[in-house]
Design a protein around this ligand. Sequence first.
Ligand code: G3H
Ligand code: 13P
Ligand code: ZN
Length: 312
Amino acid sequence: ALVPAKQILDEAKKGGYGVGAYNVNNMEQIQAIMDAAKETQSPVIIQASRGALKYASFTYLGYLMKAAVIENPDIPVAMHLDHGNSLESAIKAIDLGFSSVMIDGSLLEDGKTASDYAYNVKVTKSVVEYAHARGVSVEAEIGTLGGIEDGVGSGTIHLTDPQEAKKFVEATGVDSLAIAIGTSHGAYKFKETPKLAFDVLKEIRGLINIPIVLHGASSVPKALIDEVNKYGGKMPGAQGVPIEQLQESVKLGVQKINVDTDGRLAITAAIRKVFTETPEKFDPRDYLGPARTALKNLIVTKMKDFGTAGHA
Ligand code: G3H
Ligand code: 13P
Ligand code: ZN
C-alpha cells in the first residue's frame, strides 16, 4: 500500500534498521525493486529525481510507480520526489500522488547552488506547509555532498553542522533530514578509501529526533565495476561507500539510504554482457530482462544488508 515515507522511516528508527530509497527512471527498475521488496518482505521507497521525471515524463513515471503500489498491496511503498528544488516541483509531485518529497534547499530553481541557510529554511517551510496539509512527508537537507549538487561535480563537501541541523529541524518541522558526513553522489565518490564522519553523525543523532538520510550511499561494488569493464566498459577509479560503513551508519542512527548508482551499474553490466556474448540479439526484452533480474538481485542483497528484510 502507498504510505508516507515518514511511516516507513519512523518504524525503521524504532526497529533500528535501514531502508533503501532506490531511484527509478523506467518500468524495469520499478519492477526489479518491487520484486526484491516482495521476495524479502521489505518496506521500500521508490524515488524519482527531477531528471527522471523529465526523462520519462511526470505522467508515465508517476503511473508506473502507482502500478508498483497496486501490484504489491501488502508491501509498504512510499513514492518519493528526490532532490526537489522548489515548492513548485513539490506541488507537481504531490498532485500526481507522491507520498513524500525532498526539498533540497542547496539547489536554486536555476540549478545553481544556494548554500544559504535562510533560503533553505524558507523554501523548506513552504513545502512542509503544503505537504503536511495533504499527509505527505518532507525530507530536507543540511550540509552539501558535492557531486551533482554543486552542478559541476567538483566534489566540494561541507559536512553538516550538528547545531545548525538541530536549529533547522526545529525551524522547519521536516520529517527527515539528509546530512553530509562524507558521502557523495555518483560512481567516482572518492580517491582513496573513504571514512565517513561517524563522530558528526553521532552528534547529530544526539540532537535531533527525526529519521536521518544518507545521500550518495552507493557502494560501487568492485565486482560490478570489473564486470562493466570486462564487457567493454570504461570506468577506471570508480569507488563508493563500503557496505560496512553503511551498516555502521545504520547502527548509529541513519534510517534512509539513497541508492541510484549501484542500480545503474548492475543494469549496465548485465546489458553489456548480453551484447558482448550474444551480439545477434536485438529484442529489447533479451537485454532489459537480464538487466531487471540483475537489479533485483542487487537490491535483495541490499535489503538484507540494511536490515530491511522482514519488516514489510
Ligand atoms: O541524487 C541523484 C540521483 O542519483 C539522481 O540522478 O538527476 O541523474 O536522475 P539524476
Ligand atoms: P548514489 O549516486 O550514491 O547512488 O546516490 C544516490 C542519491 O543520493 C539519490 O538522491
Ligand atoms: Zn541524492
